[in-house]
Design a protein around this ligand. Structure first.
Ligand code: HEC
Length: 135
């Protein structure tokens, strides 16, 4: 008797029962362990879109508000910050704007103080400091 069909069927069974679930499991595992978190999923980005995007353009957040200054041009005219010191400098400037508001005599419109506070303010300032200048 020819055993070939049984061998082929056996191999097919192994493929279905072992290889495919293993492959699917591996894929899930990889997604869950993904370490490089893109700016797309940082909480600061969404918070920026909600609280600042109506007035400010920021390329990394995909916002195009034009009531206030374009924050890429304003905060990082030479491109994204090169090191942590530069990031901290921008973050300080953003926190100052959030906490104190901004009302320069030469700029039309003003930014009210305290639009956001606490950890929300911190998340936003952190996001802006890291991603300003990408556009
Ligand atoms: C109601 C509109 C409005 C909203 C909302 C707003 N801003 Fe502003 N923002 C402005 C205006 C207008 C200016 C310019 C004010 C000026 O210089 O007179 C400004 C200026 C700034 C500046 C520059 C300050 C400087 O150093 O001169 C930063 C940084 C800033 N905003 C960040 C933010 C962030 C972060 C948020 C969200 C928490 C935000 N803004 C929300 C209107 C807004």
């Amino acid at each position: 008797m020819n055993k070939k069909p049984f061998v082929i069927f056996g191999l097919l069974l192994i493929l279905l029962a072992v290889v495919i679930p293993f492959w699917a499991f591996e894929k899930d595992g990889n997604t869950a362990n993904n370490e490089g978190i893109p700016s797309e999923s940082t909480p600061g980005k969404q918070l920026f879109q909600t609280n600042c995007g109506n007035c400010h353009t920021l390329y990394a957040a995909g916002t195009d508000g034009d009531f206030g200054p374009n924050l890429d041009a304003k905060l990082a005219p030479a491109g994204p910050p090169a090191d942590e010191t530069a990031v901290k400098g921008i973050k300080t400037q953003v926190m100052a704007a959030i906490e104190e508001g901004a009302d320069s005599p030469d700029v039309p419109g003003r930014m009210p103080a305290g639009i956001v506070t606490g950890t929300v303010a911190d998340e936003i300032a952190d996001f802006v400091a890291h991603y300003a200048g990408e556009g």
